[in-house]
Design a protein around this ligand. Structure first.
Ligand SMILES: Nc1ncnc2c1ncn2[C@@H]1O[C@H](COP(=O)(O)OP(=O)(O)OP(=O)(O)O)[C@@H](O)[C@H]1O
Length: 239
């Protein structure tokens, strides 16, 4: 098991943003955290990484505690955040080198730049990249440490169709090689393309946890999007 989470709770003031959620992720498996805006997905990821305060019965990443062994875990876990802030004068190449310098072992950078369609942008300022290119750079940086587990928050938001397909294909290959993925997404085609298991949050609580096939069966729907809307309790808006 690469990740074990049991009864994780995140509280902001009086509000439980994440309420007793539990899940596990195995090597080579992609786990999708789904839910409406504000359902608690980012809070879950931040708590799992030990960035956000939480309570739990079990929280183990690659055999270690992200609270007590943050440094060791950092070497083996990649993180792509929704919005990465880059300095104004930073080129793509600088960003990659800075990131690489943080880790003991790193992936083949020219190959990653090629894969992510950024090989000809190395000297370009990050702030001048298009939104989609910046997004691809954020995913590339998450993969630099050759992680065993990667967290991808809204993986392909803002990406064009070709770039999305390229990323899915790349991640599918990495999964075959044992990479474990935790991703949040609002796109059910992406979830179907990548996820082996999903957990749907509604106001911080688990309303479904299982495979996509199970979500279809439990909801009695024929598409994942319909199943998601039903299980997340959002169907009433669409009738
Ligand atoms: N630091 C904070 N202090 C207080 N409330 C917070 C804080 N961070 C998040 N929240 C609240 O906790 C709830 C869960 O937020 P979270 O960002 O985890 O949702 P999300 O599922 O990731 O949403 P989105 O899809 O919009 O990214 C929301 O109601 C949010 O307003």
């Amino acid at each position: 098991m690469v990740l074990q989470v049991r009864n994780l709770t995140v509280t902001y003031g009086q509000k439980k943003a994440v309420d007793l959620i539990s899940f596990e992720v195995k090597p080579g498996q992609a786990f999708g955290l789904l839910g409406a805006n504000g359902a608690g997905k980012s809070s879950t990821i931040a708590a799992v990484l030990g960035i956000e305060k939480s309570t739990f019965d079990e929280l183990v990443i690659i055999g270690k505690s992200p609270i007590r062994n943050r440094k060791e875990i950092f070497e083996q876990v990649g993180v792509q955040f929704q919005e990465t802030n880059f300095q104004d004068k930073l080129t793509v190449s600088d960003a990659c080198e800075q990131w690489r310098s943080l880790y003991k072992t790193t992936a083949d950078l020219p190959a990653l730049l090629q894969t992510f369609g950024l090989a000809d942008k190395e000297q370009q300022l990050v702030k001048l990249l298009s939104g989609g290119e910046r997004q691809r750079l954020a995913v590339l940086l998450a993969l630099i440490p050759e992680p065993k587990l990667v967290f991808l928050d809204e993986l392909t938001t803002g990406l064009d169709t070709k770039a999305r397909r390229m990323l899915w294909k790349q991640l599918a290959t990495m999964k075959e090689n044992g990479l474990a993925i935790v991703l949040t997404s609002h796109y059910m085609d992406e979830v179907e393309a990548l996820c082996d298991e999903i957990l749907i949050l509604r106001e911080g609580q688990t309303v479904f946890h299982g495979t996509i096939q199970e979500a279809l069966v439990v909801s009695g729907k024929t598409t994942l999007e319909d199943a998601y809307l039903f299980l997340a309790g959002e169907e009433e808006y669409w009738g």
